[in-house]
Design a protein around this ligand. Structure first.
Ligand code: L34
Length: 293
């Protein structure tokens, strides 16, 4: 069993980005600039956005954090998005999800200029991604592709079971892995809450990608010997021995599943840091106008 060290890989990729940014600076060109909008006081969201701001510093990017209280009106949020759409110095921006219930996330996603949508959530980017056209790829699936690529994990002809069909992870992941591409050419099964016999599906998988958000959901009996297991879940479980009072675990019963795997990602230190690093890659692409010219 080999551990896929997402944290270390993310650091390596950020160093590569920093070298490119140093070059951009010596050429006197504009420094990449990412903005993040954080609404309310969800502790997990605040921690993820902090990681994004810190990563911008590591990459040599400029970053702008726009923070507002949970009771912000939709109107005010659309005003902020409009300003960021217009601001010529901002190459790309994200609105951290989830948003408070009174704000329609779909409308927020649609309000972001696709050229600045470095999350890749806008239907224009999603559609381009699905058709294999240049697009910002959603950060979590993009990060997983990077892990498979850099660990030289063969995907072509493999059977991949993606568990969970969200718009930001499961569904795009299933599309990306079935594409004709260097990391791709999988036969993909997209499993979800209505799947009849999930263990039967996952037991057939060469690659399992779990993105459902339930601790210990993927158990050893669901995993074939030698499988690759990618754990996207980040769940907080109470733990009195930790000073925060909780610890983070994935969807996978790591202790019992890991011995059966050829490769497995840990939580924390797996997919999460790669999500942040992929956002940096998208921001660099935005500043170079690689996707939309
Ligand atoms: N708009 N909303 C928007 N874009 C995104 O790409 C996200 N996502 C998801 C939630 N909402 C979003 C993130 O940023 C999930 N996500 C994310 C980002 C970073 C980490 C996890 C999820 C991360 O850094 N995880 C660390 C542990 C962090 C901690 O200690 O809490 C890890 O090692 O897994």
């Amino acid at each position: 069993m080999q551990l896929i060290d997402g944290k270390a890989l993310a650091e390596t990729i950020k160093l590569e980005i920093a070298e490119e940014v140093a070059q951009i600076k010596t050429e006197g060109k504009k420094i990449p600039h990412l903005a993040a909008v954080l609404i309310g006081n969800n502790a997990a969201s605040a921690s993820y956005v902090r990681n994004k701001v810190r990563s911008c510093e590591q990459c040599g990017f400029r970053s702008t954090l726009v923070e507002r209280a949970a009771d912000i009106s939709e109107e005010e949020l659309f005003g902020i998005i409009n300003d960021l759409n217009q601001d010529a110095d901002i190459d790309g921006f994200i609105v951290q999800l989830p948003l408070p219930k009174h704000i329609n996330e779909e409308d927020v996603t649609l309000a972001i200029n696709p050229k600045k949508d470095v999350d890749g959530f806008h239907p224009i980017n999603f559609g381009r991604m699905a058709q294999g056209l240049p697009a910002y790829l959603p950060a979590t699936p993009y990060g997983i592709l990077q892990m498979l690529d850099r660990y030289n994990i063969e995907t072509s002809g493999k059977h991949c079971v993606v568990v969970g069909r969200s718009n930001i992870v499961g569904t795009p992941m299933s599309i990306l892995l079935s594409r004709k591409a260097k990391v791709g050419n999988c036969t993909v099964t997209l499993a979800h809450s209505r799947t009849k016999d999930l263990p039967a599906e996952t037991r057939r998988a060469d690659i399992i990608i779990s993105a459902i958000g339930r601790a210990n959901f993927i158990t050893a009996d669901m995993v074939k010997e030698g499988a690759v297991v990618i754990d996207v879940g980040i769940n907080r479980v109470d733990d009195a021995s930790r000073k925060r009072g909780y610890r983070l675990v994935g969807d996978v019963d790591f202790e019992n599943v890991a011995p059966k795997c050829s490769f497995i990602t840990p939580v924390p230190g797996g997919v999460g840091p790669m999500t942040v690093c992929s956002l940096m890659l998208n921001t660099l692409k935005a500043s170079r106008k690689e996707i939309y010219g």
